[in-house]
Ligand binder design. Structure first.
Ligand code: SAM
Length: 340
């Protein structure tokens, strides 16, 4: 498995679990073990690539996400004591973006609509300092069981896991009245995943099967020809749109992140455009609230304006991550009870 991983191009990203460690503490621990910390400069992306390509025991603080560290491709930390004790989570950088876009503060109430295996749920718990509450939904019982186990390992104490289709959850149920933040990461085509082999190797090492790494476990697979491909994308886009519109019906929700690990416009910008057309209570969060230092932004397509596209985040394999897409929505008008 290590040899297979060595051939893969993406960096090894490490998320520091703030429930069990500090970023400085983790950095110091790696330095003590002989890793060299290279300076990170958000303005010079080539530096990140050059440094990480150069040395196997070099690492950097990620220039965009304060709780993420970047190591060279092939770095294997599965047996590292910081991974074993839950101080670090091995999670692709792109998949660490949605929790930073939705930004639930400590003490708040959040939901995760399609949560298993729970990497983004435990990331929200980390940013919330285990204060407040997170409702985590997934319709797949086995995957939800994995979420319970992985979020426990990550010391998350504020997660209420429920096996249900998010679309069947009543937004007006009083138990959800306090929900203000929603992370939406629904099933997608998975077309952005370059380190699929890495995901399989991770799952194999973790001994917990397909989907354990949180990337590549849930991509919808059916049909190869062009027509089938288009039909499949349309079906996925309809489902994704319905998840976002449903989250917008929770009257207290004021900030939403929508993400996919797809590179297709149909599942990304087109879903955003459709959501903006279908309701009048939410707008796109401005670019300075959506990973502002990250240079690759959304595409000006599907009727989106230049400013709207600039507020979206895209990631591609050449950025050293999986292909990924994130949009932030903010409430700009009070909830209309007739929409619920
Ligand atoms: N957010 C997860 C993470 O970072 O670990 C990965 C989520 S994965 C891309 C999508 C998940 O959506 C799958 O676990 C799938 O079972 C779930 N799902 C699909 N349809 C759903 C629905 N209607 N309601 C709730 N969950 C759903």
């Amino acid at each position: 498995p290590a040899a297979l991983r060595d051939e893969l191009p993406t960096f090894r990203y490490v998320r520091v679990n703030l429930l069990a460690a500090t970023v400085d503490g983790v950095v110091g621990q790696f330095e003590k073990e002989g890793y060299r910390l290279a300076a990170a400069d958000a303005a010079d992306r080539s530096q990140l690539h050059a440094v990480l390509a150069a040395g196997s025991r070099t690492f950097m603080r990620d220039p965009d996400l304060h709780d993420v560290l970047a190591f060279p491709p092939g770095t294997d930390l599965h047996a590292h004591p910081l991974f074993v004790d839950g101080s670090i989570v091995l999670q692709d950088k792109a998949s660490c973006m949605p929790a930073h876009v939705v930004q639930p503060p400590p003490g708040s109430t959040a939901l995760d609509s399609c949560a298993a295996p729970g990497n983004k749920t435990s990331h929200m718990a980390s940013l919330m300092a285990n204060r407040g509450r997170i409702f985590a939904f997934d319709k797949d019982r086995a995957r939800l069981n994995t979420l319970v186990r992985l979020t426990d390992q990550a010391h998350s104490k504020i997660i209420t896991a429920r096996c249900a289709s998010f679309l069947d959850i009543d937004p007006l149920d009083p138990q959800y009245a306090a929900v203000e933040y929603a992370l939406l990461d629904p099933s997608c085509s998975g077309s952005g995943i370059v380190n699929r082999m890495d995901a399989l190797v991770d799952a194999y090492i973790a001994g917990i099967g397909r989907g354990a790494s949180g990337k590549g476990g849930d991509e919808d697979k059916s049909g190869d020809d062009t027509k089938a491909h288009e039909v499949r994308l349309q079906r996925l886009a309809e489902f994704q749109t319905s998840i976002v519109l449903h989250a917008m019906r929770f009257p207290g929700v004021k900030r939403i992140s929508y993400s996919t690990c797809s590179v297709h416009v149909e599942e990304n910008e087109a879903v955003v455009a459709r959501v903006l057309r279908s309701q009048g209570e939410f707008s796109l969060a401005p670019a300075d609230q959506v990973i502002p230092t990250w240079p690759r932004r959304g595409l000006e397509t599907a009727g989106l304006t230049e400013a709207q596209a600039a507020s979206l985040v895209r990631a591609l394999p050449e950025d050293g991550t999986n292909g990924f897409f994130v949009a932030g929505f903010v409430r700009t008008a009070p909830a209309d009870p007739s929409r619920a």
